[in-house]
Ligand binder design. Structure first.
Ligand code: DCP
Ligand code: MG
Ligand code: MG
Length: 596
């Protein structure tokens, strides 16, 4: 089946009205208006509306983005001897995630295998999705026109999953709908103000429209719906609005990034994530409070996010292997198995309760490059140092990208190895000496990322290699001891704010420019702030005459200092170049600017 044509799916061109076939209309949901605003949720946490997005066959879709001729053909992504994922055309032949290459080829002889050893493009794609979801512009079209955008928290989980707390959005809809309800059924004009015309069907009617699937409500049961809405204080309607927000998000990802996804909608993170996997690929599912118990009863303990492998094993030792086992046992038995704190978490999760917030993801705390050598472990110090030298350019490349994106530089280098015969990894870390990470060249010179096309490997400074060697000596103090290792990881951590980069101003444009460009005043030549002394970098409140104050104060301190210096050199006014040679002074340039 074409992943882009799954029922309940979305495509770039699909309109709201075309999704009628996937839409669930639960009649009678808001019949009892007297109680719909009640926020009494009995400790279940029904206040929030959470969307979970998981990209379909993520690495395989990334490969299709890189090479669109792959679309529609069976594609697998290989790491070592495993097909770690495959697109849905390949899964139709029985391929599963983590299948070995030999078996995969037997099942699907026409399988096209792409190497998935280099994660750079997958990481970049993940970052682009994240940035799209974090942009206030993304959510603006969804808000009623009278609203200013609310911050929408987006939390990234791994590379292809995102939690979005759409509560502010849903509250905006909900308030608007209530306002319309107070004035009766909305007129055409008022209905048009709502971001989605389907929302008008919520107002003053006795049904709620969902986008996509509603878990265990296929074929809608109005009587349950009425009871559910009465008891659940508006949660059902909020989730219906959440399902529309989820559909909007998924369509956006198709339109802007050509990526299909699965969506889950519920009132907490765990339920949203779990229910999103109910209908795959390219579909979405909403879980309402009245079906949570039934839904959880069918879950294995190990599949519940938040209950880890060790906890599962301890519970299993006591004969507790499923959610019904846990819920039917006395709480002290769970406490004896996993301790008080974990028992509380396990019981909450098995009851469908998850109070953890959607935390806005910030810059990564560390960046690393890693390789494993299961088939042929690295031998000895020389072998490890050779591999470090091979991996280091990738680490430097990623450090440059991090610095460009987050304006932070790493302070610490960490070396981790897993020795053959040992069950865990060992690591040592140390402060990065100056120049261990070279300065990034200008953006235009490093467009070719490592691993893409003809790589332009960043140079690896001797200082970094010497540091890695000294950490390896700490890990293996006995220089005569032979050793093998099968995992090597190089990491940069402890990020601090980067100093401002040298700012560059291009030379004045020649007169033959486009009209738009010609409207811009010419810029003076490059200045390097590193040549400024620290005192001059300090911002000051003095604004030179004739310069827009608000705009000027928004400039970097070094530029402000240079402008003031030119201003003073000219005796506090006047025109002309400073110190002979500059075609156009920064002061002249600044004087022509206005705050936008
Ligand atoms: N991945 C991996 N090793 C695994 C599982 C996954 O390296 N054991 C990578 C490949 C996947 C990506 O992580 O593309 C995302 O993992 P998912 O579990 O979300 O799997 P997919 O996105 O590939 O498929 P699905 O459509 O089931 O989400
Ligand atoms: Mg996925
Ligand atoms: Mg995933």
């Amino acid at each position: 089946m074409d992943a882009r044509r799954g029922s309940g799916g979305c495509s770039g061109t699909e309109q709201w009205s075309n999704s009628a076939s996937v839409q669930q209309t639960l009649s009678g949901f808001i019949a009892s208006k007297g109680v719909k605003r009640r926020r009494d949720d009995d400790g279940q946490g029904w206040e929030r509306t959470i969307v979970h997005i998981d990209v379909d066959c993520f690495y395989a879709q990334c490969e299709e983005l890189r090479d669109p001729t792959l679309r529609g053909k069976p594609v697998g992504v290989q790491q070592k001897f495993l097909v770690i994922t495959s697109n849905y055309a390949a899964r139709q032949h029985g391929l599963t995630k983590g299948m070995n290459v030999k078996e995969a080829k037997q099942k699907c002889p026409q399988l096209i295998l792409k190497s998935g050893e280099n994660l750079d493009f997958y990481r970049e794609t993940s970052q682009r999705i994240f940035e799209l979801l974090c942009s206030p512009n993304t959510w603006r079209p969804m808000l009623p026109s009278s609203r200013t955008p609310h911050p929408i928290n987006v939390e990234r989980l791994g590379l292809d999953e995102f939690f979005i707390d759409v509560t502010p959005l849903v509250t905006a809809y909900d308030d608007r709908i209530e306002q319309l309800e107070r004035g009766g059924t909305p007129s055409g004009q008022e209905a048009a103000e709502l971001p989605d015309s389907r929302l008008s069907s919520v107002c003053g009617s006795s049904s709620v429209s969902f986008e996509g699937h509603v878990y265990s409500h296929e074929g809608a049961d109005p009587s349950i719906a009425v009871d559910c809405e009465s008891a659940m204080g508006g949660c059902v309607r909020r989730l219906a609005l959440g399902s529309i927000a989820c559909g909007f998000t998924r369509r956006l990802l198709v339109d802007k990034m050509q990526l299909t996804t699965c969506g889950g909608v519920s009132y907490n993170k765990m339920l949203a994530k779990k229910v999103g996997g109910e209908h795959k690929p390219n579909q979405q599912t909403c879980l309402l409070p009245d079906r949570v118990k039934q839904f959880m009863q069918g879950c294995t303990l190990g599949s519940i996010p938040g209950i880890g492998f060790a906890t599962c094993a301890k519970l299993k030792e006591r004969g507790l292997a499923s959610v019904p086992d846990v819920l039917s046992s006395p709480p002290h038995m769970i406490r004896d198995a996993v301790g008080h704190d974990m028992a509380t978490v396990v019981l909450q999760l098995c009851n469908g309760i998850d109070p953890t917030p959607v935390k806005q993801t910030g810059p990564p705390q560390s960046i690393s490059v890693e390789n494993s050598y299961w088939a042929s472990p690295i031998f000895g110090r020389d072998g490890v140092m050779r591999e470090i030298t091979r991996l280091a350019p990738h680490l430097i490349q990623r450090s440059w990208e991090h610095t460009a994106r987050h304006r932070q530089v790493p302070q610490t280098f960490k070396l981790t190895v897993r020795f053959v015969g040992k069950s865990s990894r060992e690591c040592r870390q140390a402060a990065l000496p100056p120049n261990a990470i070279p300065r990034a060249p200008p953006a235009s010179d490093r467009s070719s990322a490592v691993g893409e096309g003809e790589p332009q490997s960043p140079p690896v400074p001797g200082a970094l290699i010497r540091l890695a060697a000294s950490l390896l000596n700490k890990l293996v103090p006995d220089t005569s001891r032979p050793f093998h290792c099968n995992i090597l990881n190089l990491a940069l951590t402890n990020f601090h704010s980067a100093p401002p980069p040298p700012l560059t101003f291009s030379r004045p444009q020649p007169p033959q420019q486009s009209r738009a460009a010609a409207a811009q005043p010419p810029c003076p030549e490059t200045i390097d702030l590193d040549t400024f002394d620290e005192e001059q970098k300090q911002p000051s409140c003095r604004v030179p005459d004739g310069v827009d104050a608000a705009w000027f104060m928004g400039l970097p301190a070094g530029i402000q200092a240079e402008v003031r210096r030119q201003h003073v050199n000219r005796g506090g006014g006047g025109h002309g170049a400073r110190g002979g040679g500059r075609a156009t002074s920064i002061l002249d340039y600044v004087k022509r600017q206005k705050e936008p």
